[in-house]
Design a protein around this ligand. Sequence first.
Ligand SMILES: Cc1ncc(COP(=O)(O)O)c(C=O)c1O
Length: 368
Amino acid sequence: MYQPQPGDPLAALDTPAMIVDVQLMEENIARLMARFQGTSVRVRPHLKTAKSPELAHRLLAAGASGCCVAKVSEAEVMAQAGVEDLLITSEIVGHPKVTRLVNLLQQHPHIKAVVDSQTGAQALNTALEEANLHLNVLIELNVGQNRCGVAPGEDTLALAQQMQSMSHLHLIGVQGYEGHLQHIHDPLERAQRCRQAMHLLTTTAAQLRTAGFPIEIVTTGGTGTAEICTQCEGVTEVQPGSFLFMDTDYRNALGPVYANALTILSTVISLPVPNRAIIDAGFKSLSTDSGMPEPQGLPGFHYQPAGDEHGILTWDNQTSTTQLTIGDRIALYPSHIDTTINLHDTYYAYRNGLLEAIWPVAARGKVQ
Ligand SMILES: Cc1ncc(COP(=O)(O)O)c(C=O)c1O
């Protein structure tokens, strides 16, 4: 069986396969970091996108001041690989998960978590007390996404006061993620609504400080808003994730601020009728929750899934003169990067057409 080796050409690789253009990825990292240089805002990239310790270490080497993960199981993978300053950005609820977090904290005390209820906070505190451990926590605020989060202002203050009796939880910050604003196409509207969301977050942080709570971290932002958040007085760190590779959904919203640096490589396996090609990448290789993936370098060609293992390419002879033959390789840009990466075991990283590195998607499927 063919085992890919550094130096191999792309043509040698089997498909479907997830391909990184390392040069473009490095440029995305450099571009993001440059945007925050000279500001007091730290970058804590969200690893829910990349799910790879190798990439986490690259981000830290480039200047990130820690990382986010979405789940305890992702934190386990990253902590095991030496990424210690982790913020888990989803509420940790239920005995199995709380126990898992407490076990992780034994070896990795720098992990931080978010809470948005007295019930959730109390359960964490009880488990920590039994284990004689302490946890730094942030209250999550609802800044408009209407997902998790306490209402800004008085409700947040009330939760902070309830937590004062929880001796093993230490309130150090607030998180408010404005996920509903990331893909707004109009930059002025995105900026204006983001500033309103940041106002809710930063004024609540100030209110907590006035009440005596030592709020050090005010964390927020994604690829679509991080720069806007940085300009808002009181924000201390941002959490972008998708910028590393981008996807067509983000490109359509933001324009070419970051490059699309990841494709799924497929093969034409059948040409049943004119103007229809079948490729070996379906639902198991490409997510479609944010629209259809886009064939790279083939204007006028359209992809649609044709089941778990197959995809259909169609094209109009009037707009495209390219003729496909069986065995042709087709690269596709994912429409949603996070859900596509989570379908793959391995990144194949190429520079100038030659394989440079193979990175496991070590936190793939870590959704608990
Ligand atoms: C809490 C939180 N922070 C940050 C991000 C990163 O956003 P993006 O991948 O859009 O940069 C996400 C993405 O879903 C998120 O849920």
